[in-house]
Design a protein around this ligand. Structure first.
Ligand SMILES: [Zn+2]
Length: 441
């Protein structure tokens, strides 16, 4: 049988380092490993498991790496693959290591408890945590200086040992430009038109982790900051923008969203970015601000655009305040983008053909560039709703639960570009595929 060269990407960084592996070939039965050290049978068996050639894994430790070396192997792998989190999960036979890329976890390795113990000591020391404590949860953090990342650590004892999650945050988290988020020209035009007003508001809604703050920072980037004063109140500040003044909410000191909002209104702002509207006081202040000559950008944690209005009514905000202040609602989801290196045209499953009106789509098949996932990076799926005069009138006339149905149906009629409309645009342009979109609709 012919020898087949196996991509080293499929073998964990830790084993590659440990045995200085240069090449791996497979003849259909056996693995041939070229390396500087002789690779013991247990390691060959572990490599086979990682390649999906064997079911069970053996956890062993003969030649050992120091705790900091093991940790560095996982960091290198994570930085290279654009991971946002590393999870160390103790299971009955060892510790499973997974990394999150574009929102999904991928198993990269399994290490033995001894190796994990050495590594977790290093994490605790670097993260300013108590190394003798292993029965209580701990939190900490440190900076990976040479690569420019802040690492946030959370350790919680679990059935088989301490589960550790490392959150990877770039020190300089640059915001994206609005035209890089995946919006169509039509959607960009609507936002641009809205921003030309001196007062009003844009509310972005969607589930946790749907990229709401990324969108708002990108929108702020479109504003002419040299002639306008832009202030932001956030919790936490994740994206640093040197052109605006950013305030960090600090509940312990009584600096809540509402308290900050009252204060910053006295600092002559043109545009206020409020991280989240989550209580009645903040909601009312936000509406009042946008009615009194300021432009307000904020987020609300709801599923659909009409839920934004419902949520505000539930908070007890008067209908006239809502109808007067809300101009544009953007509902969004985050989806993975097709890998540009391995994507090609495929036919679409029958059941999706009707929904999206297509018979062919573009999909990634997996390559070295995308770590065999078929995806590279993420984009937004956006529904954009300009609140029309008719809808405003309908919200204004809201009296009680009797006419809420009419109010919402007027509202939904006004939706300019729905999630399905935008999905069709993304599919037509080969940016993502039906399978990725469907769970979001
Ligand atoms: Zn690819």
């Amino acid at each position: 049988m012919e020898l087949q060269l196996i991509s080293l990407n499929l073998v964990s960084n830790r084993l590659r380092k440990k045995y200085k592996i240069k090449n791996i070939n497979w003849d259909g039965k056996e693995l041939y490993i070229e390396s500087d050290y002789s690779v013991p049978t247990e390691a060959v068996s572990e490599i086979k498991t990682q390649l999906g050639l064997e079911m069970s894994y053996n956890v062993f430790s003969d030649k050992h790496l120091e705790g900091n070396e093991v940790l560095e192997c996982f960091f290198e792998d994570a930085f290279l693959k654009r991971a946002t989190d590393i999870h160390f999960e103790p299971v009955d036979m060892g510790v499973r290591v997974r990394i999150r890329i574009d929102g999904y976890l991928h198993t990269v390795d399994t290490i033995c408890l001894e190796e994990y113990d050495r590594m977790i000591r290093v994490i605790k020391i670097q993260g300013n945590m108590d190394i003798s404590e292993n029965r209580l949860p701990q939190e900490g953090g440190f900076r990976h200086e040479s690569r420019g990342y802040d690492i946030r650590v959370s350790i919680i004892p679990s059935l088989y040992g301490e589960k550790t999650v490392l959150r990877i945050l770039p020190v300089e988290n640059k915001f994206k430009n609005l035209d890089k988020l995946g919006m169509s020209k039509q959607q960009l035009d609507i936002i641009e038109k809205a921003l030309q007003k001196r007062s009003g508001s844009i509310i972005v809604n969607g589930p946790t982790g749907s990229g709401k703050s990324t969108t708002l920072h990108a929108i702020l980037n479109e504003v002419n900051k040299s002639v306008q004063s832009v202030l932001s109140i956030e919790d936490p500040i994740e994206i640093i923008d040197h052109d605006i003044t950013q305030f960090q909410v600090n509940e312990a000191l009584g600096l809540t969203y509402a308290e900050y909002l009252k204060r910053v209104l006295r600092q002559d702002p043109d545009i206020i970015y409020l991280g989240e509207i989550r209580d009645t006081e903040t909601a009312r202040l936000a509406c009042e601000a946008s009615l009194t000559g300021h432009y307000l950008l904020s987020t609300i944690h709801t599923k659909t655009t009409s839920d934004v209005i419902l949520r505000m009514l539930e908070m007890g905000i008067e209908p006239f305040l809502i109808s007067g202040s809300i101009d544009l609602i953007i509902n969004q989801r985050l989806i993975r983008r097709n890998c540009p290196m391995c994507s090609k045209k495929v036919s679409v499953k029958k059941e999706y053909q009707q929904l999206f009106g297509i018979t062919e789509e573009v999909k990634g098949s997996g390559c070295k560039h995308c770590n065999n996932t078929g995806y590279y990076g993420r984009i937004g799926l956006f529904e954009i709703n300009e609140v029309t005069e008719k809808t405003k009138a309908s919200i204004f006339s809201f009296q009680n639960n009797h006419n809420i149905e009419n109010c919402l149906s007027d509202f939904n009629e006004g939706i300019g570009i729905s999630l399905v409309d935008h999905a069709k645009y993304l599919l037509k342009n080969g940016m993502t595929n039906c399978q990725e979109i469907l769970p979001c609709l």
